[in-house]
Write a protein of this length. Structure first.
Length: 486
């Protein structure tokens, strides 16, 4: 490991030092001066400045020191000025500091808002503590950290994170650039009065955040943002409560109630159609639309939503309010980044609270839930009745149409995959439901005893001839007859 060796004796640069001491004497006499020391890296510029500072201290001159932060091409704005002023603030009480600042205290307050430029300590979480960055304390960095922070664990994590890292100039330059880039990203992403900045402190770079409450450490700013988020969450809850009062018990509940009643009516219509199409053994199928969960809160909510919202007393309203508030909180936990436009449709979707299932009903009205295992035990006619549910749904859907309107249903590749012996009974159901149907199939003719009559068109194409030829055939309930119906 390389070590820097510095002797307490100043050697060389006597002419340069003499010139600087002369300037120092003129400055002490009241003349404002600036000295610029230039030279290549390693020629002794810093050592010369250190020697000048020692001589100035010996003469009773106050010395303020600030250094640039070598991060990227732009560096950190005002870094040496800020560091020098912090040293001054560490030496003077608030009244003296105000006197030195003079009319510039407002501008200086923008650079260091946590210092007492106006004669009183700025308000904020650290207003009663000594100013940060006092020269020579050596313990102010630890004081800035959260008291609950495990410093030993932090040190261990830092050692583990940097173990094995290169320490040559290229690696250090890359690390500095990474720090600057990270600080810039943080500055770009923060808003609402949070302005992060880097400042040098001995051999470290400290990241601080300027806010309306003063200059905060990164830990303090993080805690403040977390508290702001918590408060915002409470505000959202208040907004939800207001929304429930203004909308939930009026338009929203009425819309949910209307749709749930329409669905129940639709299911009842399907079951009415199914009851009229029993098999020879008296079996039919019944459709059920029930709650999908035994959760007491959901059960109570569904029951309450079936009532007129204007007739609900305050106790029942509170039960509904708790149900929807809990549902919103659960949806937020599952999708933290989701907006209300995404969450509310999910929470208010009554369809997610229910599930359809089928039962087989025999002649004695005994119901058995229809499962794949039960379906395998059914006879051919019973199986046909079990799979004709979509046709019953069409019948129920068209029940509200004008009696003069065609009850048209179009089936593409009808009954594909259905056993041949079941196709006749299924077509017979189209007749029983009085449906007008158009069917496309590559093998289905419709010539089944259950169908009293139908018109069939066979479409043929003979390449390379253009066009399609249609050949009409009619089923009259007994036989296929060539030609169309007269």
């Amino acid at each position: 490991m390389a070590h820097q060796v510095m002797t307490g004796r100043f050697v060389g640069r006597t002419e340069e030092l003499a010139l600087l001491l002369d300037l120092l004497a003129r400055a002490a006499a009241g003349e404002s001066l600036v000295a610029l020391v230039g030279g290549e890296a390693g020629v002794g510029k810093t050592r010369l400045a250190d020697q000048l500072a020692i001589c100035a201290h010996e003469q009773g001159v106050r010395v303020l020191r600030g250094g640039c932060v070598p991060l990227g091409e732009e560096g950190v704005p005002f870094a040496p000025v800020i560091e020098a002023l912090r040293g001054l603030a560490g030496e003077l009480d608030p009244a003296e500091l105000e006197k030195v600042a003079g009319p510039a205290h407002a501008e200086l307050g923008r650079l260091l808002p946590d210092l007492a430029w106006s004669g009183t300590v700025a308000a904020g979480p650290d207003a009663a503590t000594p100013p940060r960055g006092e020269a020579g304390t050596g313990s102010d960095i630890g004081a800035e950290l959260d008291a609950d922070l495990d410093l030993a664990a932090l040190a261990g994590a830092a050692i583990a994170a940097t173990d094995g890292m290169a320490t040559d100039e290229a690696a250090l330059a890359a690390a500095r650039k990474g720090v600057l880039d990270a600080a810039r990203r943080l500055r770009d992403e923060l808003s609402g009065g949070y302005d992060p900045s880097l400042r040098p402190h001995h051999d470290l770079y400290l990241l601080e955040v300027s806010t309306d409450d003063g200059l905060l450490s990164l830990f303090e700013a993080g805690a403040q943002l977390a508290e702001a988020e918590r408060v915002q969450s409470l505000r959202l809850s208040s907004s939800e409560e207001d929304m429930f009062e203004r909308h939930l018990f009026t338009s929203v509940v009425q819309e949910i109630q209307t749709r749930m009643n329409e669905t129940a009516t639709f299911v009842a219509g399907i079951n009415h159609s199914l009851a009229a199409t029993r098999t020879s053994s008296g079996m039919t199928v019944r459709l059920h639309w029930n709650r999908d969960s035994d959760d007491p809160a959901l059960r109570n909510a569904v029951e309450l939503l079936r009532h007129d919202p204007e007739q609900l007393d305050e106790r029942r309203r509170e039960r509904l309010r708790r149900f929807f508030t809990g549902s919103i909180e659960l949806a937020r936990a599952e999708s933290p980044g989701a907006t209300y436009a995404v969450i509310l449709p999910r929470v208010l979707d009554y369809r997610a609270w229910h599930r359809f299932h089928l039962t087989v009903v025999d002649a004695s009205e005994t119901s058995t839930r229809l499962t794949p295992q039960v379906f395998k035990t059914l006879s051919g006619g019973e199986a046909a009745a079990a799979v004709h549910l979509p046709l019953a749904a069409v019948d129920a859907y068209l029940a509200g149409a004008d009696h003069r309107a065609p009850r048209l249903v179009a089936l593409d590749e009808a009954f594909a995959g259905i056993d041949t012996h079941l196709r006749g009974p299924l077509l017979g159901l189209l007749v029983d439901f009085d449906l007008d149907w158009v069917i496309a199939s590559h093998e289905l003719w419709g010539n089944y005893p259950e169908v009293p009559s139908c018109q069939i068109y066979t479409m043929r194409r003979r390449p390379p001839a253009l066009g399609v030829h249609t050949q009409p055939t009619r089923w009259n309930g007994r036989a296929l007859v060539a030609g169309a119906e007269a």
